[in-house]
Design a binder for this molecule. Structure first.
Ligand SMILES: Nc1ncnc2c1ncn2[C@@H]1O[C@H](COP(=O)(O)OP(=O)(O)OP(=O)(O)O)[C@@H](O)[C@H]1O
Length: 874
């Protein structure tokens, strides 16, 4: 058996309690890792793996210097790992045996406070999820950097609670091990973040017993668990946690995870970047707090028409009162991140510079309050009234703090003269001592006649008098006491000088000590103002987001939306704000959206790249922008209040997640039609294209029918299946619209304009024609298409019947293919003769045609193949 050294035994004991974290084990100036941790960390951090004597075997080891540990911690946390910081908790000199060591903090993705790890304009939420016996779920969330804390209950499935959690973009999830493993796995996979366990609640049972209602008990359970996790990992003050806010999920428009992604609300689909997202586009805020609140608003649009209109009316007023808005922006720009500052005050790591920033920020509040109160709007007035300037705190900071204190809190120069009598006394003593020394130099120069005589100071000898060797002869013997000899000079002291020196140094020591103490007291006092600061931060961030809305709305010619009660949509000249911005020099083509109880489902046809999905996304974005209280990109807009938005758009990233496009399509479609109500908005983009034409078409049709008859949600459905357009005749609330392409100077031009009615049926071939393919080839393509279309009758067919049709069609296709060579007479001559006389290129084209499975192709792919053939023939 391996006999480890006592230190390694200590390591193993501590490691056993932190299995899921890298244990950073403090050894002198390094944090060392051993065993598996060392092997894995050396790979993750690209640092050298070494080994050390562990007893009777060598064990793997790697380490990072203590002073640069932050950088390594950042890398690990960014990759979702946890780090347990294990420090030496006794003086090694005093230790008997192995130095005592303890884990002092657990750094996890959801609890980091390091500047390098948290984004200015994003919250850093940690979420806990509990599942109760009656199949309801509890969800609690906290952002440790701002102290925001909230909780809610949901009755639904695990998917629902995942979706709710996702709307907070959490960095870490806390569950209890009693949660079924399948659900834990699902949560981890879907949210793709760190999963942590917490078995205990921080709230004593007695507390829970006080709860009057079962719901309260559940809320306290999920919140208590989160709190326990935070206390357990942080091991320090959590004074800044704000009171728990209980919210209802039905206060907000529900946007499930996929839709949030498909609509690129907070990041783009492909690059996962903020740039190009709706939040990025809307962000005209000037404070970090405003930036974070904007993101929260975008992810949780409102359902209350009254609250939405309050926001809109402030935005409208801010647009009208341009000068007040500009002045407000200028003032807000100078406001520091009060929320995160409050968090750091609680954690005890603010320095004097931070507090100076806080003072400067507070100095701006009266002006901000004044400017908001000048807005001619009732809601703005109320907002102005709710601004509490924190005068007491401001007064305290004004009195206590210097103008330009250093970063370090141990070097003095933080506290103003006049703030504390004793401090002033020490300062005087130090100052007087120094001026005495300055005058001493003057005096000695005169008395000795040595002009270059000077008084200096160093840490080893303290104050000394220096005389150059050349001048030594001018010095009367015994005038000073010799202390140090340099090459060119001698240094001396006098008893008087040393006496003063002692006074100065003592005063300075005491001064630093006292200043540190005073500063710590000040910090403690600031702590008591945390709730006020948080309150103020909230109001200021709201003002910031609203001025940002005004600014972005004015700059982009947005209009104030109205909200109807009769579920109608009347958008005139609507635009997709982000696509429009990205078009650069090209003009964005505005489109209307008209939907009411006779037009509930719009079936959109049109060639690829014509703008179908942009049109669909545009509607969702306008709805979301309206419900967060922003103006919308249109000349006028009447909208219903949507309770939920569902989308199935785009497929680029699905394959990467390991699910087939078709499966994802079906899952998302299912989610939409089972959850949607008649107040919801559903966007389905080319549903069914992931399978064979017939299956796909059958499914697409039955989904449309189901929505039409059962769900009655407002739906935009884009499709390549022209056959579906006949549904307009059968389903009274389905209407066809289309996006057209035209020819201009021999090229295809997409007009991006949406019109009523269905698209030209043969657009694919039409587009090919525009590409100048040989007439006979086009004719042949049209003939094949006709053949292929013949067996399909979407109206009322059963799947079984279609399967028959499918095999029929396959047989027809095979026959057609066999016939191809004969039919392809436009390559010249009879079959036999022509085959011999075909050039290599022509044969390649035939080959390509044979290989192509037209049934599985989109028109765009077909067109590409035609292009390819044409190129080969040239
Ligand atoms: N209304 C518009 N005005 C100007 N340009 C537009 C408009 N709509 C779309 N576009 C441009 O056309 C491109 C393609 O649009 P979109 O992706 O919506 O087409 P689509 O019909 O859905 O295509 P596909 O069927 O291939 O998915 C956009 O990236 C954009 O550049």
């Amino acid at each position: 058996m391996t006999q480890y050294t006592p230190m390694i035994q200590q390591y193993l004991r501590i490691k056993a309690e932190h299995q899921d974290a890298f244990l950073f084990f403090r050894l002198g100036d390094f944090y060392e890792m051993f065993f598996e941790d060392a092997i894995q960390a050396s790979k993750e951090l690209e640092i050298t793996l070494t080994s050390r004597d562990g007893g009777n075997e060598r064990i793997p080891m790697c380490g990072v210097p203590y002073h640069s540990a932050d950088n390594y911690i950042t890398q690990l946390v960014n990759r979702g790992f946890k780090i347990a910081i294990c420090e030496q908790t006794e003086d090694p000199k005093q230790a008997k045996g192995v130095v005592r060591r303890e884990v002092v903090q657990l750094i996890t993705p959801g609890t980091v406070m390091n500047d390098g790890l948290i984004k200015e304009k994003e919250n850093n939420y940690i979420v806990s999820i509990s599942r109760f016996d009656d199949l309801t779920y509890g969800l609690a969330a906290n952002d440790l950097t701002t102290g925001e804390t909230m909780a809610t209950l949901l009755s639904g499935t695990c998917e629902d609670v995942i979706s709710e959690a996702a709307s907070l973009s959490p960095k870490e999830i806390v569950v209890s091990s009693s949660m079924p493993e399948g659900e834990r796995k699902l949560i981890k996979e879907r949210l793709a973040i760190t999963l942590s366990f917490e078995e205990q609640s921080h709230l004593p049972d007695a507390f829970t017993h006080l709860a009057k209602h079962i719901d309260q008990v559940k809320l306290l359970d999920v919140f208590g668990r989160l709190l326990h996790y935070l206390v357990r990992t942080q091991k320090r003050s959590l004074d800044h946690l704000q009171p728990l806010k209980h919210y209802q999920v039905n206060e907000f428009m529900k946007i499930d995870m996929n839709s949030k992604r498909n609509l690129e609300l907070v990041e783009t689909i492909r690059e996962k970047r903020r740039k190009g997202s709706l939040v990025w586009f809307l962000d005209h805020t000037v404070t970090a707090m405003g930036g974070r609140l904007l993101k929260q608003w975008v992810e949780r649009p409102l359902l209350s028409k009254t609250t939405i209109n309050h926001r809109l009316s402030i935005v409208e007023t801010l647009i009208k009162q341009f000068f007040e808005r500009e002045a407000l922006r200028d003032q807000l720009k100078q406001v520091y991140d009060l929320e995160r500052l409050a968090g750091r005050v609680a954690f005890g790591n603010v320095n004097a510079r931070d507090l100076v920033q806080l003072r400067k920020s507070l100095g701006k509040i009266p002006e901000i309050k004044q400017l908001v109160s000048e807005l001619e709007d009732e809601c703005a007035q109320k907002l102005a009234a709710s601004i509490k300037p924190c005068n007491e705190l401001n007064g305290l900071l004004q009195e206590a703090l210097e103008e330009n204190p250093p970063v370090s809190v141990k070097e003095g120069n933080m506290i103003k003269d006049g703030f504390h009598k004793e401090l002033d006394k020490y300062r005087d003593a130090s100052k007087n001592g120094k001026s005495w020394i300055a005058s001493l130099q003057q005096k000695e120069r005169q008395e000795t006649g040595i002009k270059s005589l000077k008084i200096g100071y160093n840490r080893v000898f303290g104050y000394y008098i220096e005389v150059t060797k050349a001048n030594l002869h001018l010095l009367a013997e015994g005038r000073y006491e010799r202390k140090q000899t340099l090459t060119n000079a001698e240094r001396f002291i006098t008893p008087e000088l040393k006496e003063k020196e002692a006074l100065i140094l003592e005063a300075e020591d005491k001064m630093m000590e006292l200043e540190y103490e005073l500063f710590s007291n000040l910090r403690e006092q600031v702590k008591t103002f945390i709730p006020e600061l948080q309150e103020l931060a909230k109001t200021l961030s709201e003002i910031d987001v609203l001025q940002g809305f005004a600014s972005v709305s004015e700059e982009n010619r947005f209009c104030r939306p109205e909200f109807s009660d009769n579920r109608e949509i009347r958008i005139n000249e609507g635009r997709h704000p982000v696509v429009e911005k990205m078009l650069d020099d090209r003009e964005y083509v505005a489109n209307d959206v008209m939907m009411d109880e006779d037009r509930e489902i719009l079936l959109i046809t049109g060639p690829n790249m014509s703008g179908k999905s942009t049109y669909m996304r545009q509607l969702a974005l306008i709805a979301i922008m309206g419900q967060i209280g922003c103006f919308v990109p249109a000349t006028s807009a009447v909208l219903p209040i949507f309770d939920q938005v569902f989308t199935r758009i785009g497929a680029a990233d699905d394959l990467a997640a390991g699910q087939s496009t078709f499966m994802v399509e079906m899952l998302e479609a299912n989610y939409a039609i089972t959850k949607a109500t008649q107040d919801s908005l559903i966007l389905l983009d080319e549903i069914g294209r992931g399978t064979s034409t017939y299956d796909g078409m059958a499914l697409a049709q039955s989904i449309i029918e189901y929505i039409h008859n059962e769900v009655r949600a407002k739906t935009l459905f884009s499709t390549h299946y022209h056959e579906l357009t006949v549904l307009e005749k059968e389903l009274s609330r389905v209407k066809n619209v289309h996006v057209k392409a035209v020819e201009e100077k021999g090229r295809v031009v997409f007009l991006h304009k949406v019109h009523d009615g269905s698209a030209d049926k043969s657009y694919g071939i039409h587009v090919a024609q525009l590409a100048n393919l040989p007439d006979r080839l086009i004719e042949r393509a049209a003939a094949i298409l006709k053949e292929l279309e013949r067996p399909v009758h979407p109206n009322g067919q059963t799947v079984q019947a279609e399967q028959v049709n499918e095999s029929e069609a396959a047989a027809q296709l095979a026959a057609a293919e066999e016939d191809n060579e004969a039919q392809l007479s436009f390559f010249g001559g009879s079959k036999k003769k022509s085959l011999e006389s075909f050039s290599k290129e022509e044969k390649a084209v035939l080959q390509l045609l044979r290989k192509s499975d037209i049934l599985e192709m989109t028109p765009m792919e077909a067109m590409n193949i035609l292009y390819d053939m044409k190129r080969k023939l040239k």
